[in-house]
Design a protein around this ligand. Structure first.
Ligand code: AMP
Ligand code: ZN
Ligand code: FE
Ligand code: FE
Length: 287
């Protein structure tokens, strides 16, 4: 059996709908799933419903943009009440911010295209898309692919989206933890060992990560995502030991976006089965 607690649907920057992901997870024989869209509860809501209909355990979840000491980090929340007002309000406001951020990033790309005498990007289709979901740089990437400026999302990031990035509206890690707890769930630091959107933006020294994670625990952090495709076996071992020493829960997932071929990534993070029981016990504390 395998488990995947980190996936993205069409509600954020994934290729498949929440319902399709649940069907794929079921077909792959996964024993537990979470759809963790960026700054949105909608994908998770639909996935939880589908999970009930198909008899698959689906955790309510989201991946929330946060910051620590002015660096962007990602937080995963699990077991939250998807109708919680305070959480919903914060995410709505993050989503509005993303629309204006999109205007600025597109403006910067257009300045460059204009200087080169090339056709500009039209904001309208992006703003239209923004009515359905929180806009992210991958949406600009997909648009650049459609216009033939680049072939892949990665190429769009390399050429424009990394250098013209503007931080998302972000809560502090402590705020995300408080919101998650008040909504009956828990907060986990996502992919701490990734090169970006992680602690590595603050320091690449694992001893510093230890210090930061123990400070974050004081602010309410419940766990860390150990099993993630950005983490090598060695890195997983280090975070696992750290989680044990600090009594933090451990989670994991493939960060499936569906953009690298069909369902091959789903469930591929080798998350051990005992993660689920510990996760559920932790969630119970706040429920
Ligand atoms: P945003 O929230 O708008 O900053 O978009 C961040 C998302 O873009 C990440 O969660 C990834 O899914 C995606 N992303 C970041 N860097 C890259 C990259 N180099 N290639 C493809 N996708 C990326
Ligand atoms: Zn994403
Ligand atoms: Fe992330
Ligand atoms: Fe993710």
């Amino acid at each position: 059996m395998s488990i995947d607690l980190h996936t993205h649907s069409t509600i954020s920057d994934g290729k498949f709908s929440p319902e399709e992901i649940v069907v794929m997870a079921k077909e792959k024989g996964l024993s537990a799933l979470a759809v963790s869209d960026h700054d949105s509860l909608e994908g998770s809501r639909r996935a939880v419903e589908s999970g009930k209909a198909l008899g698959l355990k689906v955790f309510p979840a989201a991946e929330i943009s946060a910051s620590h000491k002015n660096q962007a980090v990602h937080m995963l929340v699990y077991g939250i009440d998807l109708d919680n007002k305070a959480l919903q309000q914060e995410l709505d406001s993050a989503r509005e911010y993303r629309v204006n951020r999109m205007r600025s990033i597109v403006g910067n790309i257009n300045n460059e295209l204009e200087a080169e005498g090339k056709p500009l990007l039209d904001l309208e289709p992006l703003l239209e898309l923004g009515k359905e979901k929180p806009l992210g740089r991958p949406d600009i990437a997909d648009y650049l692919i459609k216009l033939g400026y680049v072939q892949t999302r990665s190429e769009a990031f390399d050429r424009w989206l990394s250098k013209y990035n503007i931080p998302n509206k972000s809560l502090s890690v402590g705020d995300v933890c408080r919101l998650a707890h008040d909504a009956g769930g828990i907060a986990v630091l996502a992919h701490p060992g990734s090169l970006s959107l992680s602690l590595n933006s603050l320091s690449s020294d694992f001893d510093d990560h230890k210090k930061i994670i123990s400070e974050l625990k004081e602010q309410g952090l419940d766990g860390i995502e150990v099993y993630h495709p950005d983490h090598t076996e060695e890195v997983r071992g280090k975070y696992l030991a750290l989680a044990e020493s600090l009594d933090l829960v451990v989670t994991g997932g493939s960060d499936f976006h569906g953009t690298f071929g069909p369902a091959d990534m789903l469930g591929s993070a080798s998350v051990p089965d005992d993660v689920i029981e510990r996760l559920e016990n932790r969630i119970k504390i706040y429920h």
